[in-house]
Design a protein around this ligand. Structure first.
Ligand SMILES: Nc1nc2c(c(=O)[nH]1)N[C@H]1C(S)=C(S)[C@@H](COP(=O)(O)O)O[C@H]1N2
Ligand SMILES: [Mo]
Length: 341
């Protein structure tokens, strides 16, 4: 309990879950990410507790906590706010049970909906509010813990022009597994913060005390030598990352013939440099400028010099100075092994 508002969804009716157990659709591999916008069928799906089934006509969103005017909205009420469409990288940070393991569950999609900022303004947040707690209607069991909702939080100051209450992905209504009828979308933050089947937003002074914010998705901070300290940091902003799309792993390329190495790079702070390593050492790739929270294409011309096995890798550096580590982190450098003949 914080600010006198319960984080329990007990007052809300329990929704049907089908399946009523963890559900996922595996991501496509990086070399399949050839398009700037990932086709909907290739978007990975991650549901910790199962898939909540909620009709638009049954959906409601409560806004409470540190607001002057608590609200309850139904789906039709969203039509009263200006529509917003934006594109962003959509990335899962990997399993909360193995937070340092890279999974490359990433896509780029277009979201459609209304701005959280506009909706919150109607509830008139009080000056002391600092965090937005968001609750999904899904319930069930994860890692042996029984949960009556999926609850996350984000700093209120992050709710600028691009955090959405989304009801569309790539121009089509969300499906149940993607969070229908309405989900939160926090561009630049890992996917876990974009709460699906959204049913309650609570403004508060403190972070929320929930298993998905305190126990999981709360990384040990590393010291300068990469060792874990007692301090913890929420898994919010996406750290710099890049993947090589082409050549694909196992490709055969010709010695002496120019070949384009290209891929995508992204980071919450925007990427300012990508370095590509080949058999000839490391070079800086050409890179698209930062645009919102979209991924940025990078490319480098490479003329293989020697026959045999070769490893390519890319390393992104963000505008805040952070760069991809070589190993031991979810955003560790991605490598492609291929052959030169
Ligand atoms: N309510 C709810 N929201 C959720 C989840 C969940 O299990 N329940 N999974 C999160 C995680 S870990 C990710 S990566 C994204 C995945 O979104 P997608 O399945 O639409 O790709 O949803 C997030 N939102
Ligand atoms: Mo995730």
């Amino acid at each position: 309990m914080t600010d006198g508002v319960s984080t329990s969804g007990a007052a809300d009716e329990a929704v049907a879950m089908s399946p009523a157990h963890p559900f996922k659709r595996d991501p496509v591999p990086p070399h399949a990410l050839r398009e700037r916008f990932t086709p909907r069928a290739d978007v990975f799906v991650l549901c910790h507790l199962g898939v909540a089934r909620i009709e638009r006509s049954e959906w409601g969103l409560a806004i409470d906590g540190l607001v002057e005017r608590p609200l309850r909205l139904c789906f039709e009420d969203l039509a009263g706010f200006p529509r917003c469409e934006l594109s962003s990288v959509h990335q899962c940070c990997g399993s909360p049970l193995a937070p340092r393991e890279p999974t490359r569950r990433v896509t780029q999609v277009r979201w459609g909906g209304v701005r959280l900022e506009d909706v919150l303004a109607r509830a008139r947040p009080l000056p002391e509010a600092r965090f937005v707690w968001s609750r999904g209607a899904d319930h069930g069991e994860f890692a042996g813990v029984s949960l009556d909702g999926f609850v996350k939080d984000l700093p209120l100051e992050r709710v600028g022009r691009d955090v959405l209450l989304a009801d569309e992905l790539n121009g089509e209504a969300l499906s149940a597994e993607l969070g229908a009828p309405v989900r939160l979308v926090v561009p630049g933050f890992y996917g876990t913060n974009s709460v699906k089947w959204l049913r309650r937003l609570t403004l508060a002074r403190e972070r929320v005390d929930s298993p998905f914010t305190r126990r999981w998705y709360n990384d040990p901070v590393l010291d300068a030598r990469g060792r874990e300290t007692a301090e913890r940091a929420p898994v919010w902003a996406i750290a710099p990352e890049s993947v090589i799309v082409s050549p694909a792993p196992g490709a055969l390329v010709e010695r002496g013939r120019a070949c384009e190495i290209w891929g995508w790079a992204w980071a919450d702070a925007g990427v300012c440099q990508v370095e590509v390593r080949t058999d000839a050492g490391a070079r800086t790739a050409l890179l698209e400028p930062v645009r919102g929270h979209e991924w940025q294409r990078f490319a480098l011309e490479w003329v293989p010099e020697q026959s045999g096995a070769v490893r390519l890798s890319s390393r992104a550096r963000a505008r805040d100075g952070a760069a991809q580590p070589d190993a031991g982190a979810r955003n560790a450098r991605y490598e492609v092994a291929l052959s030169v003949r």
